[in-house]
Design a protein around this ligand. Structure first.
Ligand code: 5RP
Length: 255
């Protein structure tokens, strides 16, 4: 088996384990993340649906165009967050559980997301969920954010503000919060088309390298203060559990 196949197998094992544990027949509202690992989440959901093991009225809240396509193709029912009834505790967290991928997870379950440019909707859905469960292969499993993932922190910005936001982000100084003397931001470019990546929300993405991030909540808060920033791909303190698949077929769970 080639290395890409082994990585896919590792992602699949983590995705299946998370679905088996969390998508029990009493789950009525499920958040569905974005990315290549989530493809396996939906594959398992389709199997459970065919076996009659899902709640008959289960609805799935997508986090991107890709995610809504997967949900529909698997014969599951998509739902918009705004159409879900409030849950009575005043927080409007109507989603039982969301299962999503990640670019990196640290020892305290802080997460970098947005490799697929979907982190705005992913964070909104995560915040409306009673539990956020992360799935991925073991390359995502780090002690500190920035240990392994070299892609930087994705930051969604309004197109009109990308240059000013980039300049202001590169001047952020938070002593002790991250490794580099100054962050370095790059406007994400589309792979085959000329020009920047445009998100599902019509915005651009800056990938910001901080080196190792020692204080994810401080960096997340500070970047959010820059005018024109719509969302930052650091999810501090949101995940409750992460599953990592290894290439040898084993899986690890961090709680
Ligand atoms: C999309 C994301 C993805 O969940 C993240 O990039 C991981 O993707 P993959 O499962 O393909 O490795 O945050 O915005």
């Amino acid at each position: 088996m080639g290395s890409a196949d082994l990585v896919a197998q590792a992602k699949r094992a983590a995705a299946f384990a998370a679905v088996n544990k969390h998508v029990t027949p009493d789950v009525r509202v499920l958040g569905v993340g974005t990315g290549s690992t989530v493809v396996f989440v939906v594959e398992r959901l389709a199997e459970l649906r065919a076996q009659g093991q899902l709640h008959p009225e289960l609805v799935c809240v997508p986090t991107s165009f890709q995610s809504s396509q997967l949900i529909v193709a698997a014969g599951l029912r998509p739902a918009e967050l705004n159409d879900l009834p409030a849950d009575g505790d005043g927080l409007h967290a109507p989603i039982d559980v969301t299962i999503d991928g990640a670019d990196e997870v640290d020892a305290e379950l802080n997460v970098i997301k947005g490799g697929g440019a979907a982190h705005l909707r992913e964070k909104v859905v995560a915040a409306a969920s009673r539990a956020l469960v992360i799935v991925g292969d073991s390359t995502k499993d780090a002690r500190v954010l920035g240990d392994k993932w070299a892609g930087g922190v994705p930051v969604e910005v309004a197109p009109l503000a990308w240059r000013t936001a980039k300049a202001q982000i590169e001047r952020i100084a938070l002593p002790g919060a991250f490794e580099l003397a100054a962050p370095a931001a790059t406007l994400r470019q589309a792979v085959r088309k000329a020009g920047p990546v445009v998100t599902d929300n019509g915005n651009f993405v800056l990938d910001v390298c901080f080196g190792r991030i020692h204080d994810p909540p401080a960096v997340e808060r500070r970047v959010m203060m820059v005018p024109g920033v719509v969302e930052v791909g650091i999810f501090s303190g949101m995940a409750c559990e992460a599953w990592f698949g290894n290439e040898d077929g084993t899986i690890a769970c961090r709680i």
